[in-house]
Design a protein around this ligand. Structure first.
Ligand code: ARG
Length: 464
């Protein structure tokens, strides 16, 4: 059978064309075409290097570089015809280059393979994605600092087991999210270092016989280092797994944050209001205003965990070096990056618009014996051992539950029934302000500490 009916890139040794369904089944162009910009960048750097290596003439290089620029223009104008029979983004672009340039186009693939090409493309693509994600993280963190500063004095109940525990400031609570996101930022910056290593030059698996100069492509493409082993270069997807792991942690944080926003906007809490533009209504219950953005982010978290599990499973059974299995790396990776980026964007837009309902938060902190620990600490300062103080306050709380009184609402006589060490000065520690102000150390909830932490946070963002 003539080779025209077989694939033009590798049809030479085939005697019949690929089955039509198999061609669709094995093709990746539907999803990997989004790598086109990075594929073209990689090819242009490769062509430039081949000229320095004496493999391509300067005229051939210039034709290839210009031709690829024009192909990018066609893709962006929507006039490029993506062909499933050409399998993937790499062969689609190369075939079009050959269509435009003739024999010169066919020289581009000298000294490389799709195996190192695709590994290079994904790394270049992911590097850009990480940068965009880091920018959204910055924006969200700056918004949290702003809100934390405004709400440094706002008192709310702090919870353990979702039971009122001790009063905290809302600013302090917001800064807990800031801390988590700072760790996410660190992880992504660290992951980026390992993303930014160059597999190009590994060729199919063993390197190439051409006198390639990998340092040249490395510099042209802005990679930090050259992959040190060609077999590893074409088959390593650790960087994608690592990204999905960092993305999973970040999504887990956003999901917890979402859960709190859902609780706080509910009629049962009413701690905050989200502006209408971040919510939707119900088609049958006119009173509803649903916190859709947080709920959706919480729900989307599962996709990113799925991507991580999918990629780990994809890799675990693969012998060296490249296997077609690796084509399955792209969809989960793309989806994880898109999901994290969009979720961060939604949060960065939404967080500065959170409207706290300060009176309701304060009332909730006042109820629930949130200053019980403060009373115990007060008795410790009067010389009693902490365990006895715990017991004494426990009795006072029981009395409060039975009589419907909060600790601060009891008279001095009532309080002295539990310990004669209690004096008039107790009321200063039973107030909410007294309670939060007393936790005045690095990492504590006192308003002064919140303001100091906001300053530290701003300095951190400025150093990035
Ligand atoms: N579409 C392929 C992928 O995504 C490109 C590399 C193909 N290499 C090969 N030898 N079939 O992994």
């Amino acid at each position: 059978m003539s080779s025209e009916k077989t694939n033009q890139s590798w049809g030479g040794r085939f005697s019949e064309p690929v089955d039509a369904f198999v061609a669709r089944f094995t093709a990746s162009v539907d999803f990997d075409k989004r790598l086109y910009r990075h594929d073209i960048l990689g090819s242009q750097a490769h062509a430039r290097m081949l000229t320095q290596a004496g493999v391509l003439s300067e005229a051939e290089r210039d034709a290839i570089v210009a031709g690829l620029d024009e192909i990018r223009g066609e893709i962006e104008a929507g006039t490029f015809e993506w062909r499933v029979d050409l399998e993937d983004v790499h062969m689609n672009i190369e075939a079009r280059l050959t269509e435009r340039l003739g024999v010169v186009g066919k020289k581009l693939h000298t000294g490389r393979s799709r195996n190192d090409q695709v590994a290079t493309d994904i790394r270049l693509w992911l590097r850009d994605e990480i940068d965009a994600i880091l920018a959204e993280l910055d924006r969200l963190q700056a918004g949290l600092l702003q809100l934390a500063e405004t709400e440094a004095d706002t008192i709310m109940p702090g919870f353990t087991h979702l039971q009122t525990a001790q009063p905290v400031t809302f600013g302090h609570h917001l800064l807990a999210w800031f801390e988590m996101l700072s760790r996410d930022h660190e992880r992504l910056v660290d992951c980026r270092k390992r993303v930014n290593r160059m597999p190009l030059g590994s060729a199919a698996l063993a390197g190439t016989t051409y006198p390639i100069q990998r340092q040249v492509t490395c510099e042209l493409l802005g990679f930090e280092a050259i992959g040190g082993n060609s077999l590893d270069g074409v088959s390593d997807r650790d960087f994608a797994i690592e990204f999905c792991a960092a993305a999973s942690l970040a999504m887990m944080h956003l999901s917890r944050f979402s859960e709190e926003l859902v609780l706080w906007t509910s009629a049962q809490f009413q701690f905050i209001d989200l502006p209408d533009r971040f919510c939707t209504g119900s088609s049958i219950m006119p009173q509803k205003k649903n916190p859709d953005v947080p709920e959706l982010v919480r729900g989307k978290t599962g996709r990113v965990f799925g991507a991580l599990t999918g990629l780990l499973t994809l890799m675990k059974g693969q012998p060296l070096a490249y296997n077609k299995d690796n084509q399955e790396d792209k969809e989960p990776l793309f989806d994880a990056a898109d999901t994290l980026r969009d979720s961060l964007r939604a949060f960065a837009d939404m967080v500065p618009a959170i409207k706290p309902k300060r009176e309701i938060m304060r009332e909730a902190a006042r109820r629930g014996f949130s200053t019980a620990t403060d009373l115990a600490d007060y008795l410790v300062r009067k010389g009693l051992p902490f365990r006895d103080c715990h017991e004494i306050v426990g009795h006072a709380v029981k009395y409060g539950v039975d009589s419907g009184k909060d600790l601060a609402e009891m008279s001095l006589e009532e309080l002295r029934r539990f310990s004669d060490q209690i004096e008039q000065d107790v009321f200063a520690v039973l107030t909410l302000e007294g309670s939060v102000n007393a936790r005045d150390h690095i990492g504590g909830t006192a308003p002064a500490q919140v303001r100091a932490a906001v300053q530290r946070g701003r300095a951190l963002l400025a150093r990035r």
